[in-house]
Write a protein that binds this ligand. Structure first.
Ligand code: CTP
Length: 396
């Protein structure tokens, strides 16, 4: 899990830090907060603690803080430092190398990337001193998001309003996961249902829309991977920058996956029909008065995931399966992890009342040999993004 050390300083915009923490947690980041003395006038440490689910650090010379986790350790245990809001004062201190409280000391002591989200009155922002400080900080490699232009709490209009939390989150993600994190990697994704013919016009199918699999393909491509998307019949549009191989049946899907090897990772999001019709007819089956309805003889389809996960030297390094269950979700999913030789199983409850199958949201558990992660209910593209980042981490 990537960790963000959030330095909250004393400005009206400090309340937006709460929304940012919520978004960061929802996206799977660990968050630890450090507050300046003034920050506590705008946002309570208790709220920061509740949302970050972590202790909040305020005073530089607090003995317990120093013995449990000194300022050096705070920066060491983070992947990125984010200052929200970055007031004119903290920008000035950081530019001058002043270290007179925990927040400024951490900023001076860190060797991690730093992202500042400035927020202040328009005149303070445009002041030559602030602009010179910004120049100094940027020349030292500090990253900046915002400020935005707009109406401000001080009844003025202009640049100085802090960037909105989703924009800060996007800046954080870009810093923690540079766009090319999966460049040079090939990932196979299966998606959608399969159609198993009964005759040339009829088939057995299921309710899978392909939304989750297609979103995963898009998210992987967004991180720079070369993606082969093996898709059953779906109506969702093809994602950009992805090679799409269209198939109908499970056997065609397996052939397409095998032809796409070698791959660094493979994600099996398709809802593959477990059986196909052994006595499928080459011509359309006609109903005739007095003749009994046909009996369909079903035989098992190959398990695509298990076949690829057993592909010996060609086995992708990271194999991800899905487990759609209506009962005993975790136990069934854990059994699938072992039985199919997968590295991760994304388990979801597809009971009709959840509205997940065919819907736009998903609530999943991520199961691996190291345990179970419970993810909050997220849009399918958010689940995809989070899974793509997990795969990137696993491949590193
Ligand atoms: N899968 C596959 N090929 C199959 C069946 C399933 O690749 N013939 C993959 C799915 O894409 C998914 C995982 O295996 O990643 C689990 O699929 P699921 O249908 O939930 O499980 P089954 O193995 O079919 O088990 P059960 O029917 O007992 O739930």
């Amino acid at each position: 899990m990537k960790r963000v050390l959030l330095i909250v300083s004393g400005g009206i915009a400090a309340f937006k830090a709460l929304e940012l923490i919520r978004l960061l947690r929802k996206s799977g980041y660990g968050v630890t907060c450090v507050t300046t003395e003034n920050a506590e006038q705008f946002v309570t440490p208790l709220s920061l603690q509740a949302l970050s689910e972590n202790k909040v650090f305020g005073k530089l010379f607090s003995l317990t803080d120093e013995s449990e986790m000194g300022h050096i350790q705070l920066s060491r245990s983070a992947d990125l430092l984010v200052v929200v809001p970055a007031t004119a004062n903290i920008l000035a201190k950081a530019a001058a190398g002043i270290a007179d409280d925990l927040a400024s000391t951490v900023l001076l002591a860190t060797d991690k990337p730093v992202l500042m989200a400035p927020a202040m009155n328009v005149r303070m922002w445009l002041h030559a001193a602030t602009q010179a400080n910004m120049k100094t900080l940027v020349s030292r490699g500090v990253h900046v998001v915002g400020p935005d232009e707009g109406a401000m709490a001080c009844n003025e209009f202009g640049p100085g309003r802090m960037a909105e939390p989703p924009a800060i989150l996007a800046a954080i993600e870009a810093l923690l996961h540079p766009p090319g994190v999966l460049s040079g990697r090939h990932v196979i994704v299966t998606s959608g249902p399969t159609h198993e013919p009964i005759d040339p016009v009829r088939y057995i199918a299921n309710r899978s829309s392909g939304r989750q699999g297609h979103a995963i393909a898009a998210a992987l491509a967004g991180l720079g991977a070369r993606v082969t998307l093996v898709s059953g019949p779906v109506t969702v549009p093809d994602p950009a920058d992805v090679t799409v191989v269209r198939v109908e049946s499970a056997r065609e899907m397996l052939d397409a996956c095998q032809s796409a090897l070698p791959a660094d990772a493979a994600v099996f999001a398709a809802a593959v029909a477990d059986w196909r019709v052994a006595n499928a007819s080459d011509g359309k089956i006609k109903k005739r008065p007095g003749v009994a309805a046909p009996t369909l003889e079903l035989v098992p389809n190959p398990d695509i995931l298990a076949t690829i996960a057993a592909a010996g030297p060609h086995r992708p390094r990271v194999v991800v399966g899905f487990a759609a269950e209506t009962d005993d979700l975790l136990a069934n999913a854990q059994a699938k992890l072992v039985r199919k030789n997968a590295d991760f199983i994304v388990a979801n409850d597809v009971s009709p009342e959840t509205g997940i199958m065919g819907g736009t949201e998903n609530a999943v558990h991520l199961i691996s040999a190291s345990g179970v992660e419970e993810w909050p209910r997220l849009a399918k593209h958010e689940v995809a993004q989070r899974l793509a980042l997990k795969i990137a981490e696993a491949l590193h």
